[in-house]
Design a protein around this ligand. Structure first.
Ligand code: OOG
Ligand code: MG
Length: 257
């Protein structure tokens, strides 16, 4: 038995999300929240979503690139769980006021055609199991004050997941070199950052292999957000954010005024 009441902590995060308000970091009052207990809090809220009818669609990786680790002050990767309720349609304007303090970040997204076994996962096995790679923008919304957290806090908060948009071009992995895939991030037409796929663990497929080892195995059909390539960008009403990639094309998110 964990010394931490994971159900009570999950309830705290769930209420914050539903009521669109921030809470203090869990570790402020629960110094005993270790990584295992934090993933258990995350799992409790995931089960709650499934019980409410949401469907599991895959995983997200986080804090994988140096740029993201520096931006957040947390130096280790983590993973979170994705359900269909997080899928955001590119054409649908986002109402920023429906979230607490939303941010967005560009990512390469893998869609698996076959399962990946964690015990034997390599860049090669991930690529051979991958049906396609597409452009993505991930929407983040930390449930913590000032978007600040320690690693266990952000794990418990499902890695700040708030949604994701996928680009319309799904390319087979042999049609591009994901580590060399370039990306230009624009906000309202201005370039704010650039990156290449290698920002993520040296190779995005390496990030997926790490995830497979962490969770044991990844199922066929899973969508995997491989992690922010750059620091995240805060969203304001009227903003349009576009990530343009060399081969997989562009993806945009538009905020309502
Ligand atoms: C934590 C989630 C990190 C990524 O891609 O690095 C993440 C956060 O930055 O709020 O999704
Ligand atoms: Mg992300």
């Amino acid at each position: 038995m964990s010394a931490v009441d994971t159900q009570a902590l999950a309830d705290r995060l769930d209420a914050a999300e539903r009521e669109r308000r921030t809470i203090a970091m869990l570790t402020a009052t629960e110094p005993g929240l270790d990584l295992a207990a934090a993933y258990e809090v995350q799992r409790v809220n995931h089960e709650r979503r499934l019980a409410a009818g949401e469907i599991e669609v895959g995983y997200k990786l986080g804090l994988v690139s140096r740029a993201k680790q520096l931006a957040m002050g947390v130096e280790a990767p983590l993973w979170g769980r994705l359900t269909n309720a997080l899928i955001w349609d590119e054409d649908k304007p986002l109402d920023v006021s429906a979230l607490i303090h939303p941010r967005v970040e560009p990512e390469l997204v893998f869609v698996l055609g076959e399962a990946v076994d964690g015990a034997t996962a390599t860049i090669a096995s991930v690529l051979s199991a991958t049906r396609g790679v597409c452009a993505g923008l991930e929407l983040l919304d930390s449930r913590y004050e000032q978007f600040r957290f320690t690693l266990p806090d952000v794990i418990a908060d499902n890695a700040s997941a708030a949604g994701f948009v996928l680009g319309g071009r799904l390319l087979a992995p042999e049609q591009l070199d994901t580590q060399l895939e370039g990306m230009v991030l624009r906000v309202n037409g201005e370039v704010v950052d650039t990156a290449a796929g290698a920002a993520v663990c040296g190779h995005p497929a390496q990030a997926v292999a790490w995830l497979a080892r962490e969770v044991g195995s990844l199922p066929a059909g899973a969508i995997v957000l491989t992690g922010g390539l750059t620091a995240p960008v805060s969203l304001a009403p009227g903003d349009t954010v576009t990530a343009s990639f060399t081969t997989v094309g562009s993806v945009s998110l538009r905020c309502a005024r």
